[in-house]
Design a protein around this ligand. Structure first.
Ligand code: PEP
Length: 259
């Protein structure tokens, strides 16, 4: 059976609408020339303001567009925030939630993220819920305990009916934007543990969930990391901002998916 992959680009606070149009157009062209099997999906997550331009640029290509965050309320006096139904109505299929930069710089907690995950799921969005340990936590050998708590608290009371839409991203904080990726073995060890925790929390639905790796994933380590049995794709920052490097990671996934 073909392996399923999701290759997702997190553009963070990069690209004005015209820049997003240019990058998304280049990605769509490369994506089309790779002719990915249906088991390999591509997603780009521009800043909110550039979502529309990106959607227009990828129209008809099969490349999906997502947001990088959303609020948990459907509307109200929350200046500067965007509601899940707005993300959905703008044409997005996915939303990244709990990225370590949101946790670190904006004080997002597992409790808050649980509200966001539940709200996104009930709007029919596919949340990419991010978990991962800091360097100190890894050095203290707390990685699995930290990730388990992020999952248990962040996924509390989600409806099993909606849960099959959920995607998890394991992103060790020390590997994000540092050029120092986890080794394929380190990634596999945590991904296998995450699959166990998801099964414990959500039963059979949890066992089948896509678990992406994120943290300095690049064309030169994509093959090795994506080949690991519990790795179902990548959440990519820096390498997603160049069409060539992002396409090389999609190509690695395509190769493994059809092998
Ligand atoms: C990220 O921001 O989610 C990420 C993984 O960044 P990078 O690929 O640059 O490490």
């Amino acid at each position: 059976m073909a392996r399923t992959y999701l290759i997702a680009g997190n553009w963070k606070m990069h690209t004005t609408p015209p820049e997003a149009r240019t990058l998304a157009t280049a990605i769509a062209e490369k994506h089309n020339s790779l002719k990915p099997p249906s088991s390999v999906q591509t997603l780009i997550c521009p800043p909110y303001i550039s979502i529309h331009a990106a959607l227009e640029a990828v129209a008809g290509s099969g490349v999906h567009v997502g947001a990088q965050d959303c609020h948990f309320e459907p509307k109200g006096a929350f200046t500067g925030e965007i509601a899940p139904n707005m993300v959905k109505a703008s044409g997005c299929s996915h939303v990244i939630l709990g990225h370590s930069e949101r946790r670190q710089y904006f004080g997002e907690t597992n409790g808050l993220l649980n509200k966001k995950v539940r709200a996104a799921l009930s709007e029919g969005l596919i949340p990419i819920y991010c978990v991962g340990e800091t360097l100190t936590e890894r050095q203290e050998e707390w990685t699995l305990a930290v990730v388990r708590t992020q999952l248990v608290d962040g996924l509390k009371d989600i409806s099993l009916q909606n849960a099959s839409n959920l995607v998890i991203a394991y992103e060790p904080v020390w590997a994000i934007g540092t050029g120092l990726a986890a080794t394929a073995e380190q990634a596999q060890e945590v991904h296998a543990a995450i699959r166990g925790f998801l099964t414990e929390i959500l039963g059979a639905v949890g066992a089948e969930m896509l678990i992406l790796y994120g943290g300095s994933l690049k064309p030169d380590n994509a093959d090795e990391i994506l080949s690991k049995p519990d790795v179902n794709g990548g959440l990519i920052g820096g390498a997603a901002l160049q069409a060539d490097s992002f396409a090389a990671i999609i190509a690695a996934a395509c190769k493994i998916a059809v092998s």
